[in-house]
Design a protein around this ligand. Sequence first.
Ligand SMILES: *Cc1c(COP(=O)(O)O)cnc(C)c1O
Length: 396
Amino acid sequence: MNEKEIMAMANENIMNTYRRFPVVLVKGAGARVWDINGKEYLDFVAGIAVCSLGHSHPRVIDAVKEQLEKLTHVSNLYYTEPQAQLAKSLVDHSFADKVFFCNSGAEANEAAIKLARKYAHENMGPDRHELITMKDSFHGRTMATITATGQEKFQFGFTPLLDGFHYVPFNDLKSLEAAISAKTCGVMLEPIQGEGGVNIPDADYLASVREICDRYGILFIVDEVQTGMGRTGKLFAYEHSGIKPDIMTLAKALGNGLPVGAMLATDKVAKAFVPGNHASTFGGNPLAMAAANAVVKTIMNDNLQDHCVSMGEYFMSALKKLQQKHGIIKEVRGKGLMLAAKLDIEAGEIVNECLRQGLLINSTGGKTIRFVPPIIITIQDVDQAIEVLDRVMEGR
Ligand SMILES: *Cc1c(COP(=O)(O)O)cnc(C)c1O
């Protein structure tokens, strides 16, 4: 089938929930993908911060191939070694004592919301069931997670939402404290807001939220679905603040493209779940676990967090130079390789022209372009992306 036929078949048969770019991708390697006509693209979207080790990473391919030929799925009625291994390595490398596996970010957050409610029900009384989340946050597309998401555009048309959610501005401690009541059981936030536009909080914000949660005896839940797995220069973004959350969720980059999510918690909180409370048929299947084990090992062995820090600094300073040259760039922000540029024109124009010139980027909101490239990128990759951006912005 050719490009036109594939796009027509897709449009005729797939539900209309995505606005897609008119490109059919057929293969990827490292930070590059190719379309059906053989055109090459530098991929600074990475499947929305998913393919952090780049496309077709040899260690992930080998691990998945080997597991595929042995055992793909048996359900959680039985033990498997890849699942035990991944749980141990996530526990070893984080604040957490226990892990629950699922298949996506929304599911991980759904599990976190259920665990927080169950913990509160048993330890704080049945009235303490409310969660405070942030304006401009993004936590997923299930009913509970669109309710947790503090953006009306994701909720419109789907009411009634879940009871018991309150929203406060991100990075605003006064509003947070004012919103806490005798019914509050926890606070849930992204350490850096992703879909909301790569919003970075003040340096002491997370530590202060932790202090407030401790003072009121409520849970602190961090959604690291996008920030986790090295993207910000630490394995988990909460590490930058020197604090420990009570619950954390992971997904996107955990499997480098194989669907996998995880919800982690301290023993104290995790104890609220007992057999029968929560489950997932596919969650923790050996195939996804094999991919995620390869991802964690590769990040650690290759010291990709430090690579991400240096590439992030290089990219950030290049973007700042670009900002001096092009007045349309109003602000550059980010941490590690989670970066954004706020423009004073519609981002779509720039994104579409970059695509034509062989660079994949995307936009969050109307005027912000976002960069979440694979964390294995090189100086040459950054230089190439900056060259394209420079050309595209010329004269606008
Ligand atoms: C992408 C994302 C989600 C949702 O993940 P899905 O796998 O699409 O369900 C949740 N939280 C954050 C912070 C995200 O970036």
